[in-house]
Design a protein around this ligand. Structure first.
Ligand code: CO
Ligand code: CO
Ligand code: CO
Length: 304
């Protein structure tokens, strides 16, 4: 075992031989959008993301589904189709699965991937002076909550869906190519929660510049209207003792940083020239990666 429960990371890693280690992870959740196919593809992209956060490639996946007995089976078929096509896009295959009955539908994957034991990207390893790169904008929790309350602009929902459905696969390729020192993906604990995990595992402090953090269109509007997802206050309570905000960071900005993300981007720490080269390569490849701050001495997170 190379990465396990003693220092929780994005996925477990188990070494097979000198060249190969298995990356193993599982995630499933209730629908975040109405359309079953779209939900399936988001849940699959999200589940596979933890393999990419470790710098690996996905080999195969198992479907995990919970489904109410009285619901139309065609809906389950569409969820599984959305998931299966996303797994195929990742160059992998679905080789089995299991469905149980439950009051609320749920879907996700148990994912198995492969990584070279010498190239595992963990949350530890960020070095003082590194720049921080984020590969997707923030705000899907706020937008999907506005959707549930029927207050969301359809254009905002469409961009959020596009972002959640996008694989972190190429972001992981770039992380490997440009020698990321540390990497994680931004999911339920939000950028501050997952950033804090990186800061702690690396024995460093993260300094984030609010003005450089990419936001989904609409995220700030919903934050200003206090359309907060349930997990937001839990994230805030958890990270607040470890985060210092500059006075100019307003309440809406703070809420966005506490926002629980679904299938968010990769957050990585790289040597400054490598970070800039990654962002430039991302522009060529159609991946919008942004430098959002730096790694400093100390602990916790400072937002300026
Ligand atoms: Co993760
Ligand atoms: Co990682
Ligand atoms: Co690629």
């Amino acid at each position: 075992m190379l990465v396990g429960l003693d220092g929780p990371d994005d996925a477990g890693v188990y070494q097979l031989n000198a060249e190969q280690a298995i990356v193993s992870t599982v995630d499933f959740f209730p629908p975040v959008v109405d359309d079953p196919y779209t939900f399936g593809s988001i849940a699959a992209a999200n589940a596979m993301s933890d393999v990419y956060a470790m710098g690996g490639e996905v080999l195969f996946a198992l479907n995990l589904a919970a489904f109410p007995e009285d619901l139309d089976r065609a809906i389950l078929t569409e969820i599984l189709r959305g998931g299966g096509e996303k797994v195929a896009e990742a160059g992998a295959i679905v080789i089995g699965g299991h469905t149980v009955t439950d009051k609320e539908p749920k879907f996700g994957l148990a994912v198995t991937g492969l990584v070279h034991p010498a190239h595992i990207l963990t949350k530890g390893g960020a070095q003082i002076g590194d720049l921080l790169v984020l590969t997707k904008p923030l705000g899907v929790g706020l937008i999907t909550t506005a959707l549930k309350r029927e207050q969301a602009d359809p254009a905002h929902v469409a961009t959020a869906i596009e972002s959640m459905s996008a694989l972190n696969r190429h972001a992981a390729h770039l992380a490997q190519r440009f020698g990321a020192h540390a990497c994680t993906d931004i999911t339920g604990f939000g950028i501050l929660g997952h950033g804090l995990e990186m800061a702690t595992a690396s024995n460093t402090r993260l300094r984030l510049r609010m003005g450089d953090i990419p936001l989904l269109p609409g995220a700030r509007d919903y934050a200003e209207r206090e359309i907060f997802p349930g997990g937001l206050s839990r994230n805030r309570d958890f990270v607040l003792p470890h985060v210092r905000f500059a006075d100019l960071i307003d309440a809406a900005s703070r809420a966005i940083l506490f926002d629980p993300e679904t299938s968010g981007g990769l957050l990585m720490a790289l040597q400054p020239d490598q970070a800039r080269a990654l962002v430039a390569q991302g522009e060529i490849d159609g991946l919008s990666a942004c430098i959002i701050g730096e790694v400093a001495a100390g602990s916790g997170i400072v937002v300026e």
